[in-house]
Ligand binder design. Structure first.
Ligand SMILES: [Zn+2]
Length: 286
């Protein structure tokens, strides 16, 4: 995958996370776990918008995605400030804020449409305060003081005016993307399972020297990137060697199994992490 493809895939993942979380949130904004979904949707929507307009500014040290609050700081600094508490981010920077509607037909009165997404920074910052308070309060009591209100949900919703988001969250696009990722992984698991069978049980057991792998990948003092060993979903041995993990939860390994050769790519790992995250948010809200 070249750099451009990787960037596009990341943007698509962000749009997808935005869409899935907004969808779950829309079903019941007062459910437990709603604030986690809100934060997740907002962070991904803002990261997508910043990355599209100012590539590179969406991440901080070591390539980590910035928090929603820091992304709002970038948007306020780089965008066009409109009325108070609102910043406009252009879709096409070569064009003015308002452009002729592409749906203009001869004979129609000329119409202007916005070439920007409105980021209601003040409302969103307040929403982040609230979600933080709620998440914090739930650790000590069950009575958060303030809940997410309509204006916060609306401020989140208008982010989907961004063409990258509206394009990617079109139901077909999302479904096709999800099906593609999971079918790629299914095909890879099936391939590794055939390989495992050809290998035979004796050889698989001989390779499954977990102690040797632990020694081999034990972190040296001062190592920043830690290689982890995980249970392999195909052969079941704890021989899935993951030099890195998904960028969001830092939990789902990216790497290879040293017994059956199963490979998990970064795209599959991000997708699994996203599903895991949403499932947890929903379980917490039950
Ligand atoms: Zn395996």
């Amino acid at each position: 995958m070249d750099q451009k493809e990787r960037f596009d895939a990341t943007q698509q993942r962000r749009a997808k996370q935005f869409a899935l979380c907004s969808y779950a949130l829309g079903r019941d904004p007062s459910a437990r776990g709603a604030e986690a979904l809100f934060d997740q949707a907002l962070t991904n929507g803002l990261a997508l918008i910043v990355a599209h307009m100012w590539p590179g500014k969406e991440s901080g040290r070591r390539g980590r995605m910035l928090s929603a609050r820091d992304l709002l700081v970038v948007i306020k600094a780089e965008g066009i400030s409109a009325e108070s508490g609102v910043t406009r981010v252009l879709h096409d920077p070569a064009k003015p804020e308002f452009v002729k509607s592409p749906w203009f037909e001869p004979g129609d009165e000329e119409r202007l449409v916005a070439n920007f997404t409105e980021v209601r920074t003040s409302v969103l910052e307040r929403a982040l305060d609230i979600t933080q308070e709620i998440r914090h309060a739930r650790e000590v009591s069950d009575n958060p003081t303030e809940a997410l209100a309509e204006e916060h949900l609306e401020a989140l919703d208008v982010l989907s005016d961004h063409p990258e988001i509206s394009h990617a969250i079109s139901v077909e696009g999302l479904a096709a993307y999800e099906t593609k990722v999971s079918s790629d992984d299914d095909a890879e698991q099936a391939r590794a399972a055939r390989y495992l069978e050809a290998l035979g049980e004796d050889e698989a057991q001989r390779r499954a020297d977990v102690d040797e792998l632990r020694d081999r990948f034990a972190p040296a003092p001062g190592d920043v990137d830690i290689t982890t060993l995980e249970d392999c979903p195909v052969c079941g041995y704890e021989t899935f060697v993951a030099p890195s993990r998904d960028g969001y939860l830092d939990e789902v390994g990216i790497g290879h199994c040293f017994v059956c050769s199963y490979e998990r790519t970064d795209i599959v790992a991000e997708d699994l992490a996203n599903t895991l995250y949403i499932r947890r948010a929903i379980e917490r809200s039950d």
